[in-house]
Design a protein around this ligand. Structure first.
Ligand code: EPU
Length: 343
């Protein structure tokens, strides 16, 4: 691939990134540009290579820990198209550009099919959704992803990864591990189901569904939005990055030991015999629910969410989350792993 000649690339220098990350951490990029086509993106990548600039791509900024200064080129996709690729009797395949707002896509998906209703109101973009395999209320985006398209930074080639290639796990994928820093998601192909077969296995959804037989997909989305809004702070009002920690998975032996010491510890058995524990409960029991430390508060409605007062720095966040980790490890012997990644 060669850079498209004559395209005018609009760079911004020393770009303020505070409003580009939902934790509201102060940050600044040496160079910043957004792109509206693949050829523009490729030109930018060639340019960055010539200047020996490291490239980073920002989605909705809802899962990043922003450092004070990013010495490189930060890119953001302005592409938000939806293309119907094909369909059969049961399913429809749609290619969605990485820059599309995730919740807008959830709403629009109803025009085509079903499968992502439970993922309504998750902040961020379509391009970010496979990176950490976003999930909520019994559904993970991996359940509906057919493939992911993107550009390998080392080769500057367009690549398609099948669902299997993405090696999805709980809040995990190949993009977070083997391909970390070397892949830009440009679009995601979803396979939606034509028939509405809702997943209402999650407790609060199950009780709601029982009282409303025959509910519509629209109503399910509304219910998911209501549940989320009652527990999770709106990042536009209170700076946060959603769940700050992953729910830790412990061995069956450790889970049994914990159950003996703490009878009510919520745990979800995994297929391999291990147990996923509710990090929010552990944090609450460690005394951090609603607790403030400087500019950071662990949310009073859901202790798993770390919020800032808008004046926090990366150092503030790091010292607060390490204090939470220390207290949880001290009480339960369990290590909590942060969900957001250092940008
Ligand atoms: N809990 C507490 N105290 C708290 C929070 C939770 O005791 O402060 C207990 C609850 O009582 C419940 C259990 O923990 O028994 C689980 O809580 P919840 O249903 O709220 O779910 P979660 O495991 O804390 C996960 C996801 C959320 C997702 C919800 C619903 C992770 C890290 N988080 O939270 O995802 O919305 O399930 O499916 O897996 C996100 O990733 O940003 C996110 C919000």
């Amino acid at each position: 691939m060669t850079p498209s000649s004559g395209s005018s690339l609009n760079y911004e220098f020393n770009k303020d990134l505070k409003s580009f990350n939902t934790l509201g951490l102060p940050g600044c990029a040496r160079q910043f540009a957004s792109f509206n086509s693949l050829s523009e993106l490729i030109s930018l990548l060639h340019d960055a290579r010539r200047q020996q600039l490291k490239v980073k791509v920002l989605g909705g900024g809802s899962n990043v820990l922003m450092p004070p200064r990013v010495e490189g080129l930060v890119l953001q996709s302005g592409m938000a198209g939806v293309t119907l690729l094909r369909q059969d009797q049961d399913s429809v395949w749609l290619k969605v550009d990485a820059g599309k707002n995730w919740h807008d896509w959830v709403l629009e998906s109803l025009e085509y099919g079903h499968g992502i209703e439970n993922l309504a109101l998750i902040p961020g973009t379509v391009g970010a959704s496979p990176i950490q395999n976003i999930g909520a209320y019994g559904v993970e985006v991996a359940d509906v992803i057919d493939s992911v398209q993107g550009i390998c930074l080392s080769s500057l080639q367009l690549v398609t990864l099948s669902n299997h290639d993405c090696r999805f796990g709980y809040r995990d994928s190949v993009f977070k591990r083997e391909l970390n820093g070397d892949f830009i998601v440009t679009s995601v192909t979803f396979r939606l189901q034509k028939r509405f077969q809702p997943n209402v296995s999650y407790g609060p959804l199950a009780s709601w569904a029982e009282q409303l037989p025959g509910f519509t997909a629209q109503q399910l989305i509304q219910q998911v939005c209501d549940i989320r809004s009652s527990k999770l702070p709106d990042p536009d009002e209170i700076a946060n990055a959603g769940s700050f920690f992953k729910n830790p998975v412990v061995s069956a032996g450790q889970a049994a030991e914990l159950k003996q010491r703490f009878e009510s510890v919520p745990g979800y058995p995994q297929q391999d015999g291990s147990m996923k524990l509710a990090a929010g409960w552990l944090i609450e029991q460690a005394g951090w629910k609603g607790k403030t430390s400087g500019n950071i508060t662990m949310h009073a409605q859901q202790a798993l969410v770390l919020t800032t007062n808008g004046h926090a720095t990366l150092d503030d966040v790091e010292s607060a989350y390490k204090a939470v980790q220390k207290d949880v490890a001290g009480k339960f012997g369990v290590t909590l792993e942060p969900e957001p990644q250092l940008f």
